[in-house]
Design a protein around this ligand. Sequence first.
Ligand code: GTP
Length: 327
Amino acid sequence: MQAILLVGGQGTRLRPLTLTTPKPMLPVAGVPFVTHQLARLAAAGFDHVVLATSYRAEVFAAHFGDGASLGLRLSYVVETEPLGTGGAIRNAAAALDGGDDPVVVQNGDVLSGHDLAAQVATHESTGAVATLHLVTVEDARAYGCVPTDAAGRVLAFHEKMPNPVSRQINAGCYVLDRAVVDAIPAGTVVSVERETFPALLAGGAPVVGVVDDSYWLDVGTPAAYVQAGVDIVTGVVASPAYRPNGTDVLVDPTATVDPSASVVGGTALGPGVEVGAGAVVAASVVQHGVRIGAGAVVTRSAIGAGAVVGPGCVLADAVVADGASLG
Ligand code: GTP
């Protein structure tokens, strides 16, 4: 089977980190985030994945090449103007192999342990034209919600609302009939969530939701981005792109940590990082070349490449730009 990964967004909520690196390429547990998704697709038996790029398009192919190291065949398409999720899918379809098989589409910023094979099987057994992964959240007010009937048929797509009619939300992974992809208008901005799916429902087409409440995290905010790395490094969620090392931290072999410093709680230190005497780094993502001074305390933070955290600095829930110098 083939998949399309949507990786062209601007990632505005993760600025300033995304000013230099697109969100799907930010390091999570030692590798660019999207590596975890690609490895999961490879493990699920996918062989061809099209990356739908736009913002900072060039960095994806430069890093992943033809995909052979992941056991995949990767293709890249570029939108010169971002086309939204639906337009991106339509644009990426040009790079898919021929045939009528359904296509899996994933948002490039979701860490999910859900059963993709079961989602594909449901698509086939129900005869749906689109099958969506849904998750149940405590508070759906921040999301559009997607109620279903007892048989899983999607009843509506609601925008964010103060009193959501369901706790089920769109989890950003779809199985789509090729005809659905081909029917999206080409070369124009389209939202699959706000336009394509509601139009399918309005036309009476069968759209099915599969509720799977396995681990799921939308890595859109700084807190969620840091959490994704922590959850992989501490084993809360398994990734075929991460080999557990018997500890709850990941320290690149080229990083240097003073023996009196403590690096704990799912922290990942990138190449060349230096951590000074007595410093504490907990539950944080520290990109390559960062220097953390003596006695500094860094908690639940994302530190951009080459930044300097001066001696004694205390950072909690912070996002530090590449190359910044604090303290
Ligand atoms: P924010 O600006 O912080 O909302 O992040 P974002 O730009 O990633 O937007 P959002 O989280 O809504 O996007 C969901 C997924 O779709 C992400 O994986 C994006 O990379 C991707 N995406 C969003 N818009 C586009 C687009 O116009 N083209 C492509 N190719 N991908 C997109």
